[in-house]
Design a protein around this ligand. Structure first.
Ligand code: ATP
Length: 453
């Protein structure tokens, strides 16, 4: 392994003071028990990449504690999390696995803000060893790091004495940070966990790094060997994998860099993990971009889940019979699954019916049966004349108002009740079809069609 020691002030200067204080407290707790504590994963990567003197905002940090706990029921990580919870009141503790990992969460804590700390226990053997045995210790943290995805995410920084600030780099992560490479730790990495393909793309695009050529060939090999079938549950269901694929897709599709990431995924043929027949050809790429412009225009407040809508465009490109199943596998929201299941029916209905309609009011009536997401999903994949009608409905016709409203009707002597809606609907139809365009013509129109008795 390569060890290098960073001055601990470098860590201090790049963390917010409350987080620095928390890590110090955690280290003291670990030292008191004779344990080693490490900062690992993305936090180390981001701290090393950050410009000098620039603080890194960390809301999600990973710690690994290497230590033996006398009770076989409680891992050292869990005990450390409990100790921290006592010091910082109000944190929520979650324990995962039998006794290995703990998560400690604070939401809008006055001191810490929103913070999520995962604390894993490195040691899997439950017997004590002399704390001063560096060889055993190295093999223990190494084992933990070896389970990780990329060299740049497999660096550990020691937070406890002695040798506080020591950076443990077993796999060449520092060099890869410098040469900007995403590299896996071993050849089987993607076969073991295909979601790492999506993670490789995410880190490559986000950090502006390159997927190291050998790693890229492992990705291509994993895809060519049909690894995606694992995700689609063909080799027995693997729901955990689907959940993780969904969360990686979410990460990517909600990020500002989602377009180049999608292109890179397509280039690696990794979209097959969504469905074996999914390819980002020119037509789909065009649809995806047009759809995004529609989302910006019609939903600037982001009331819809844009990442999920982007995924829906990809799924909608599949043959109709696959859409519902893919959406289901990925555990999309119920309305999203339903939309994709019914999209073909909606598209056929709109396409067929529209060609027979001439009056604007009839078109509006047809469109009103569908919500905005359905209409824009159809608009991007349908023919140009239909797209133009959907567009005009969404931009103009849907907003046309009648010259008279309910209050005006009351003032004219109509009694609120069932007939009101009928009058207003008839007025809207007449307005849309250009039969009336101002108050006078509207009043004349209702006097003729709904005479007051
Ligand atoms: P981000 O800044 O995007 O949160 P991160 O590196 O912190 O990046 P997480 O998804 O929070 O990413 O994961 C934390 C750490 O856990 C990673 O740095 C990596 O070491 C490890 N990890 C996460 N997912 C995997 C995986 N699928 N396979 C192996 N290791 C993983």
């Amino acid at each position: 392994p390569a060890y290098c020691t960073l001055p601990i002030s470098r860590l201090r200067d790049r963390l917010t003071p409350p987080l620095w204080k928390l890590l110090q407290k955690a280290s003291r707790q670990a030292e008191k028990r004779g344990w080693h504590l490490y900062l690992v994963g993305g936090a180390v990567r981001d701290l090393l990449l950050a410009d000098r003197q620039k603080q890194v905002l960390l809301e999600d940090i990973d710690l690994v504690v290497d230590g033996f706990h006398k009770s076989a029921d409680v891992g050292a990580g869990v005990e450390l999390a409990k100790a921290l919870q006592t010091i910082y009141a109000g944190g929520r503790l979650e324990v995962h696995g039998q006794f290995q990992t703990a998560a400690l969460l604070w939401h809008k804590n006055p001191d810490l803000g929103s913070l999520w700390i995962d604390i894993a226990t490195a040691r899997t053997e439950f017997y004590p060893y002399p704390a001063a045995n560096p060889e055993v210790e190295a093999s223990s943290i190494r084992q933990d790091l070896y389970r990780r995805d990329f060299t740049i995410n497999a660096l550990a920084m020691r937070l406890t004495n002695p040798r506080v600030g020591e950076l443990l780099d077993f796999f060449g992560g520092l060099l890869d940070l410098q040469s900007q490479q995403i590299r896996v730790l071993h050849a089987n990495s993607f076969i073991e966990d295909p979601t790492r393909i999506y993670r490789a793309v995410r880190f490559a695009v986000r950090l502006g790094f390159e997927i190291e050529p050998q790693t890229e060939s492992y990705i291509r090999y994993a895809i060519a060997s049909g690894i995606y079938e694992q995700i689609q549950g063909k080799n027995g269901r693997a729901p955990a994998l689907e959940t993780r694929l969904k969360s990686e897709l979410k990460y990517i599709l909600q990020a500002p860099y989602w377009k180049p990431a999608l292109q890179l995924l397509a280039n690696l043929e990794a979209l097959r993990c969504i469905h074996p027949s999914l390819e980002l050809d020119e037509n789909l790429w065009w649809q995806v971009r047009l759809f995004d412009r529609c989302l910006q225009k019609f939903d600037p407040q982001k009331t819809l889940e844009h990442w999920q809508m982007r995924l829906e465009v990809l799924i909608a490109y599949l043959a109709p019979e696959f859409r519902g199943k893919v959406a289901n596998n990925l555990q999309l929201s119920a309305d999203s699954i339903e939309r994709l299941q019914n999209l073909d029916k909606a598209e056929t209905n709109i396409t067929k019916t529209l060609s027979a309609l001439e009056l604007k009011s009839e078109i509006v009536q047809l469109m009103r049966q569908y919500n905005l997401p359905t209409l824009i999903l159809i608009a991007v994949k349908t023919s140009r004349p239909i797209r133009q009608k959907i567009w005009r409905y969404l931009t103009e016709w849907n907003y046309i108002k009648t010259p008279l409203n309910g209050n005006d009707l009351k003032a004219l002597g109509y009694k609120p009740g069932k007939q009101f809606k009928e009058i207003l609907d008839t007025l809207l139809t007449a307005t849309l079809d250009g039969k009336i365009d101002n108050r006078e013509s509207a009043e004349a129109f209702i006097a003729e069609h709904f005479p007051l008795t």
